[in-house]
Design a protein around this ligand. Structure first.
Ligand code: ASP
Length: 316
């Protein structure tokens, strides 16, 4: 089993075999999570600190549960309310953290690159739980696990990623992962919601949902990230839903057994029809949440093995 990384900051540095290693381990943790007794000891004796500089419900809860199931001491800090407002710099935060000796640090931050910066300043392993529009690696890994379990493979699939791609770290990490595993990735969005430099991504791009969904195996919807929009990106939510919202009629253009995904939180009736989101024959949105815990357990387990393999840094 090889996973030669000190941190998990993005999908970009991961090789295909490392992705497979992580997903295989996550599969074992899915099985553990379905048992009455859910405890393992991979993180026993280690301290995990979750620092969220941006709101989060499911990701924070998922990391917390993952750490507890593996026996870590877990502490969650909600930073937007405290030090960030008081003007503490990231470097100050890193110094404070170093003094607490955590082993694993899970960070979400509104600025792209902030988690990488923090990782250079702290002594522990760092996991990026989403930085600005940059990366959200555990989301892409949990999506990959969901796809692999539903489709039986993670290569040569056609995956349509639809909606607000410009503001989405979820889209970026998924594009990187799906591309690396040799899938065909199609982006479907209005021109205003596509990022600049999209040509370098190695993906197909269309502005038409029916064309984009044609023969897709996987339809991945994204949330309209209104908090990152500072202008008129869409004419109105109603118009957006009409053209880009996923409903049964548009989904009929995908393969008959295509699965529907959404990272949450969902804007029902804006990017996806509520009934379709709840349709257990098509939607795997609940599975994504379950896979999230397992993938985070696997990621922290692999990083902890690497931590334990290194000599303890003696701090005087
Ligand atoms: N929860 C995901 C994220 O943190 C997706 C979203 O918020 O739309 O990026």
């Amino acid at each position: 089993m090889r996973f030669d990384h000190r941190h998990l900051l993005g999908i970009d540095p991961l090789r295909p075999d490392e992705i497979v290693t992580l997903l295989d381990l996550a599969d074992r943790y899915v099985a553990l999570g379905r048992q009455r007794e859910k405890h393992a000891t991979s993180l026993a004796g280690l301290t995990q600190v979750n620092m969220f500089f941006e709101n989060s419900t499911r990701t924070q809860a998922s990391f917390e549960l993952a750490g507890k199931r593996l026996g870590a001491d877990v502490m969650s800090m909600s930073m937007q309310a405290s030090s960030i407002k008081k003007g503490e710099t990231l470097i100050d935060t890193a110094m404070t953290l170093n003094a607490m000796h955590p082993d694993l640090l899970v960070v979400r931050h509104p600025q792209s690159g902030a988690v990488d910066l923090l990782a250079q300043k702290v002594r522990c392993a760092v996991i990026n739980a989403g930085d600005g529009r940059h990366e959200h690696p555990t989301q892409a890994l949990l999506d990959a696990l969901t796809i692999r379990r539903a489709k039986g493979r993670l290569h040569r699939l056609t995956v349509a990623i639809c909606g607000d791609i410009a503001h989405s770290r979820v889209a970026r990490s998924n594009i990187l992962l799906l591309h690396r595993m040799e899938n065909r990735v199609r982006l479907v969005a209005p021109p205003t919601l596509l990022p600049a430099g999209i040509d370098g991504f190695g993906v197909e791009v269309t502005h038409d949902m029916r064309e984009g969904l044609k023969d897709a195996d996987v339809v991945m919807m994204l949330r309209l990230q209104k908090e990152r929009m500072d202008g008129g990106f869409i004419p109105s939510e109603r118009e957006y839903y009409h053209r880009y919202g996923l409903d049964a009629e548009k989904l009929a253009h995908a393969k008959e057994d295509a699965i529907v995904m959404h990272p949450g939180p969902m804007n029902r009736g804006v990017e996806i029809d509520g009934t379709l989101a709840d349709d257990i024959n098509r939607s795997v949105i609940q599975e994504q949440v379950e896979m999230g815990v397992a993938v985070r357990m696997a990621a922290m387990d692999l990083l902890a093995r690497n931590l334990r393999a290194r000599p303890t840094e003696v701090i005087t």
